[in-house]
Design a protein around this ligand. Structure first.
Ligand code: WTA
Length: 631
C-alpha cells in the first residue's frame, strides 16, 4: 500500500479530503489492489434500512491480494512467523510463496470435501499456522469462514454452527495453552451431537492426543493434504459477497453473527494497518490477539498480509513458561510493532518489572492497545517499562462490527494522550449524542458514541437476522450507526471511550452479554432468577458479579456457587465465570418489572452510599438487604 500519512498536517489534510469526498478518497485506496473487474459504484447506502454497499459490481478475490499479488517481489519474505507455546519446539517461518502453496492445497482439500461458494465453514482451532491457512483457503474458494474462539464451550460451538448452518467443521485433536491441553476434538464431538448441518470434520494433529474419529464424517488434515495440488485458481467473487461471520455478544439474546463482505473489509483493514502502526516494509509486527476475535482476523491475518508484512503469531500465553514470555519473544524476534490488550498489560504489570528488565526491548518502535479502555496507570507502565518512553502507544478503538480501527492516534504522526483513543481515522465521522439523539459539542460531556457516515468495513448484517441488525445499530439514533459505547471529547476534539452503555460487559477484553450469562445461571435447578453486572477489577478491567435468587437457601453455599460457575463454563466458556455470586431474596425492580441494573452496579462496585434515585422501585427495602450482604 502506498499513501502513508506521515505528519500531523498530512493527517489533517487527508481527513478533510476524506470527509469532503469520501467516495473519491476510498476509490483511491481501492485502486491499489488487484481487481478482476472494477466496481460500478463506490458507495450506496441507507442507514435507515441498514443497507451499505461498497465497490458494488467489483470482482476480486481477497487472497489474491493477500498472497499472489506479493509473489513477484516478496515470495521469500516471511508472511507468518509462528511461535509455539513450548519454547523447545521450533519457530516456523512461512514465506509468501509457501503460504500460497499451503492455501492452494487446502483450497483443493475444501473442494474435495464438497465446499462451494457461499458455504459456511466453522473453524475451531488453536493458534497454529493451519488456522490461517484454513481461513485463507475458505476465502480463496469463496466459502464463508466462521471462526469460533477455541476457549468457547461445546454449547457455544454448537449454537454458532447451527446459527450459520455450517457444513464443515475444521478443528484439531487439541490445543496447547501454557501447561494445559485443551481437548478441542472432544469438545467438537460433543457439539456435533446436535449439529445436523455438519457433513464433514477435518482434524489437524497438533497435540497427538488420542481422539475418536467418526467414520464417514471425520478426516485427518495431514492425510487430506497429501497429494493435494499446489495450484488453485482463486474464485472470482463479488465485492459484496460475504467473507466471514464472527459472533459477538449483544445486550440481549444469543450472540450475533456479524457478517463482513469482501472488498470494503479488504480496503479498510489494509489502510488502517499501514497507517495506524506506520508499518514499514521490513518491520516485524506482532499482534497478540487470538484469531478467534476480530482483532486476530483484521490485524493478525488480513491487514498485515494485504501489506505484505511479517505477522507474528503466538500459540501460547503471556505467563508460560515464565511471566516474561512476551518480553523474551520481543527480544529474540526483534519485534518492532507490538499490539496487545490492556488486560494483558495489567496482568504483567502486576508481576513487577523484574520480568521485563532482563530483556532488551530496543527493537520496539510502536506499541498498541485494543479491546477496552486502558487505565492511566497501565498506560504509563506500558510506556515506561516496555516502550522506554520512546515508543508511541496507539490506543485503537474499534469493534467486531466496524471491521477495522476507527478512532486511534497514528503512531508518531498524530498526538497520543494517555487513556484517549484520540482522533478519528480518515473516512470516519464520529459524533457524541445525548439520549435523545442531539449531538453534543460541549467538551468533556459524556454521551453515546455514534458514526454518521459509512466506512468500507462496516458490518453488513447479522447473519440471518437483518432486523436485529437494524434494530441494534441503526434504530436508536436516526441516520447514525450506534456503537453501544459511551464517549466524551476534550477541547481538542480528542475522544475518550468511557465504556459500554448497554448490557455488554468487557472482561479481559472479551465481550460478554449479561443475558447470556444469566440464562446459563438460570439453568441451575435451584435458581429462579439472576442479574449479572460488572464491577471494577484490577486485572480484568471488569469482573462479573451475579445476584441470584434461589428457590431454597443452599445448605452448602460454596458448592452451589461452584455449580453455577460450572454451568456458565459449559454454556459459554471459562472466561464468563462469575467472580462473585450473591444469593439474594429479591432484585431491585421497577413497577414495570425491569431490573434496575444501575443500582446493582453500584452495590457490586461498593458505591453503596450513592445509589441515586430509588423512588421508582417496587420494593426499596430489597436494596438494603442486598447491600448488607454484599460479597
Ligand atoms: C471496547 C474489539 C476503549 C469498546 C476490537 C468496543 C475499547 C468493544 C477499545 C468492542 C479502546 C475496543 N478503548 N474501549 N481502545 N477498543 N473497546 O467487538 O467497548 O471485541 O465497543 O472488538 O471493545 O469489542 P470487540
Amino acid at each position: 500500500m502506498k499513501n502513508k500519512i506521515d505528519s500531523f498536517k498530512k493527517y489533517k489534510d487527508e481527513y478533510k479530503k476524506s470527509v469532503q469526498n469520501p467516495e473519491l478518497f476510498w476509490k483511491k485506496q481501492a485502486d491499489q489492489f488487484s481487481w478482476e473487474k472494477k466496481w460500478d459504484a463506490v458507495l450506496k447506502w441507507d442507514f435507515n434500512k441498514a443497507d451499505v454497499k461498497w465497490f458494488e459490481g467489483g470482482k476480486l478475490n481477497i487472497t489474491t491480494n493477500c498472497i499472489d499479488r506479493h509473489l513477484n517481489k516478496n515470495a521469500n519474505k516471511t508472511a507468518i512467523k509462528w511461535i509455539p507455546n513450548n519454547t523447545k519446539e521450533d519457530i516456523i517461518n512461512i514465506n509468501y510463496s509457501q503460504l500460497h502453496k499451503q492455501v492452494c492445497k487446502f483450497s483443493n482439500v475444501l473442494k474435495k470435501n464438497n465446499i462451494k461458494i457461499g458455504d459456511r465453514v466453522c473453524i475451531y482451532m488453536p493458534m497454529v499456522p493451519e488456522l490461517v491457512i484454513a481461513v485463507l483457503a475458505c476465502a480463496r474458494i469463496g466459502a464463508i469462514h466462521s471462526v469460533v474462539f477455541a476457549g468457547f464451550s461445546a454449547t457455544s460451538l454448537k449454537d454458532r454452527i447451527n446459527d450459520a448452518s455450517c457444513s464443515l467443521l475444521i478443528t484439531s485433536d487439541g490445543g496447547f495453552r501454557g501447561n494445559k491441553i485443551i481437548p478441542l476434538k472432544n469438545i467438537s464431538d460433543e457439539a456435533m451431537k446436535e449439529t445436523p448441518s455438519i457433513k464433514k470434520c477435518i482434524v489437524l494433529k497438533r497435540t497427538k492426543t488420542t481422539v475418536n474419529m467418526h467414520k464417514d464424517r471425520d478426516v485427518w488434515w495431514h492425510e487430506e493434504m497429501l497429494g493435494a495440488s499446489e495450484n488453485f485458481n482463486a474464485k472470482t467473487m463479488d465485492s459484496e459477497d460475504p467473507l466471514f461471520i464472527l459472533y459477538t455478544s449483544g445486550s440481549t439474546g444469543k450472540p450475533k453473527g456479524i457478517l463482513h463482505t469482501i472488498a470494503g473489509y479488504m480496503v479498510y483493514t489494509a489502510y488502517t494497518f499501514k497507517n495506524v502502526f506506520q508499518y514499514d516494509n521490513e518491520d516485524i509486527y506482532w499482534c497478540t490477539a487470538d484469531i478467534g476475535w476480530i482483532t486476530g482476523h483484521s490485524y493478525v491475518i488480513y491487514g498485515p498480509l494485504l501489506n505484505a508484512a511479517t505477522s507474528v503469531m503466538f500459540e501460547g500465553v503471556p505467563s508460560y513458561p515464565h511471566q516474561g514470555r512476551f518480553w523474551e519473544i520481543i527480544e529474540k524476534e526483534k519485534i518492532n510493532i507490538f499490539y496487545t490488550a490492556p488486560t494483558a498489560i495489567r496482568a504483567l504489570q502486576a508481576k513487577g518489572t523484574k520480568f521485563v528488565t532482563p530483556f532488551d526491548l530496543k527493537s520496539l518502535k510502536v506499541l498498541g492497545t485494543v479491546g477496552e479502555p486502558i487505565n492511566d496507570d497501565a498506560w504509563k507502565w506500558y510506556n515506561k517499562h516496555v516502550g522506554n518512553n520512546m515508543c508511541p502507544i496507539v490506543d485503537s478503538w474499534w469493534q467486531t462490527e466496524t471491521g477495522g480501527i476507527m478512532i486511534s492516534n497514528l503512531a508518531g504522526v498524530t498526538p497520543s494522550r494517555a487513556t484517549y483513543a484520540t482522533l478519528p481515522l480518515p473516512g470516519i465521522q464520529p459524533c457524541i449524542v445525548d439520549n435523545k439523539g442531539n449531538e453534543i459539542n460541549d467538551s468533556n460531556t459524556k454521551g453515546n458514541l455514534c458514526i454518521k457516515f459509512p466506512w468500507p468495513s462496516i458490518a453488513r448484517t447479522i447473519y440471518g437476522d437483518h432486523i436485529r441488525f437494524k434494530d441494534t445499530y441503526f434504530k436508536k439514533f436516526k441516520n447514525k450507526y450506534f456503537t453501544g459505547d459511551g464517549a466524551l471529547k476534550d477541547k481538542d476534539g480528542m475522544y475518550k471511550i468511557t465504556g459500554r452503555v448497554d448490557d455488554v460487559i468487557i472482561v479481559s477484553g472479551h465481550n460478554l452479554g449479561t443475558a447470556e450469562i444469566e440464562s446459563a445461571i438460570n439453568q441451575h435447578k435451584n435458581i429462579c432468577e439472576s442479574a449479572v453486572v460488572e464491577f471494577p477489577h484490577k486485572i480484568k478491567g471488569n469482573g462479573i458479579y451475579a445476584f441470584v435468587i434461589s428457590r431454597e437457601l443452599p445448605k452448602n453455599l460454596d458448592q452451589q456457587k461452584k455449580e453455577i460457575n460450572n454451568l456458565i463454563s459449559s454454556n459459554i466458556g471459562p472466561i464468563a465465570k462469575a467472580d462473585k455470586i450473591q444469593f439474594v431474596e429479591g432484585l431491585p425492580k421497577t413497577r414495570s418489572g425491569k431490573i434496575m441494573r444501575r443500582i446493582l452496579r453500584k452495590i457490586a462496585s461498593g458505591k453503596t452510599h450513592s445509589l441515586g434515585d430509588t423512588s421508582t422501585l417496587l420494593d426499596s427495602s430489597i436494596v438494603d438487604k442486598i447491600k448488607s450482604n454484599r460479597e
